[in-house]
Design a protein around this ligand. Structure first.
Ligand code: OGA
Ligand code: NI
Length: 338
């Protein structure tokens, strides 16, 4: 990826050219419409019922929203973004120490989710690392270049966990479940951090930074820089998620759709690239541990709302999700109740 950009290519290699139906402009018009914004400073006061109501509407109608006034230290957001820049600016051979092609490996630097299975690659490279349960052994698998990387990533992932747990409590309440319900079904919980690096692309109309997909976990907490490029699919249109300084973008993943029995659908999203600026995003995937059994919440099932999804062990779900290769968006169909 870096070599390509350094050589200043004008024409992108064929393996990055997406089929016509999967290009940024294909068929759908991209609009920039307002994605819901949830002000978390209002959650603990008199306005709580209103905020919970707004949250419910955002999840039912969009599957994605941005949070502001979330109490996540801004210094931690900035220093993690700074680490992201420093890591991807390292010489290729330093980053390649962390290269693994198998999507099930732990900490890894990679190009495309599953480079062995994908004929067409995404215009990005990334670093992914497990962050929970956090231990010294786990931290020792993370990059140690730049030297402060581990310390900053550790603080960042603990802050993400705090925010994710607050969000899960609010989401439980918004579904009419008791506050600890969602956190309770995730067993030991799992958290991963993915840093995406999207270099400028000479032909951004022919490719994508990441093709349309849903995230397999329960919620994703995404920090994006000011470049923009994230889009969500709604009513057949791709809609840009405009960056708001210091906000996080929260996505509903596949497990949220299953547990809520379809009330909170997972959101299909993608990232476009541009010819002018490098873009970074830091996605934290929060979800069940592999041994957690996921099924629709019994409290949401009645005669009018029969269960829509089969019970599945999350580890099995993930294995099948990865094995499926690039067309991940349809995987949730395989656990639909017939
Ligand atoms: C992802 C993802 C979007 C972005 O990494 O799963 O959807 O804006 N990223 O980088
Ligand atoms: Ni995603």
């Amino acid at each position: 990826m870096q070599a390509l950009c350094d050589r200043g290519v004008k024409k992108i290699p064929d393996k990055y050219v997406k089929p016509v139906h999967d290009r940024p402009s294909a068929g759908n018009i991209v609009l920039s419409r307002h994605i819901p914004i949830i002000d978390m400073s209002k959650v603990d006061g008199d306005e709580r019922p209103t905020v919970i109501q707004e949250l419910r509407r955002a999840c039912e109608e969009w599957g994605i929203f941005q949070v502001i006034n979330h109490d996540f230290p801004e210094s931690s957001m900035q220093s993690m973004m700074e680490m992201a820049h420093q890591f991807f600016e390292l010489p290729a051979e330093k980053k390649m120490q962390f290269y693994r092609s198998d999507p099930s490996s732990g900490t890894r630097y990679g190009i495309s989710y599953n480079a062995d299975k994908e004929a067409i690659l995404d215009w990005r490279d990334f670093l992914i690392q497990p962050c929970h349960p956090l231990s010294d052994d786990l931290v020792s698998t993370w990059p140690d270049i730049p030297p402060s990387y581990r310390e900053i990533a550790k603080k960042y992932s603990m802050n993400i966990r705090t925010l994710a747990l607050r969000l899960l409590a609010m989401l439980s309440e918004s579904l009419g479940l008791y506050g600890e319900y969602l956190a309770g079904v995730l067993k030991e919980h799992e958290q991963k951090m993915l840093i995406n690096h999207y270099p400028p692309c000479p032909q951004p109309d022919l490719t994508l930074g990441v093709s349309g997909h849903t995230d397999p976990n329960i919620i994703t907490v995404l920090q994006q820089d000011d470049v923009g490029g994230l889009q969500v699919l709604r009513d057949g249109l791709w809609i840009a998620v405009d960056p708001i300084p210091n906000a996080f973008v929260i996505h509903m993943g596949d497990q949220m759709q299953i547990i809520s029995n379809g009330k909170y659908p997972c959101v299909e999203h993608r990232a476009v690239v541009n010819s002018a600026r490098t873009r970074y995003s830091i996605a934290s995937f929060y979800g069940p541990s592999p041994d957690a059994i996921i099924c629709p919440a019994p409290q949401l099932i009645d005669q009018d709302h029969p269960p829509q999804y089969l019970q599945v062990m999350y580890g099995d779900y993930l294995r099948a999700f990865w094995a499926k290769g690039p067309n991940k968006k349809a995987y949730i169909q395989s656990v639909l109740m017939q």
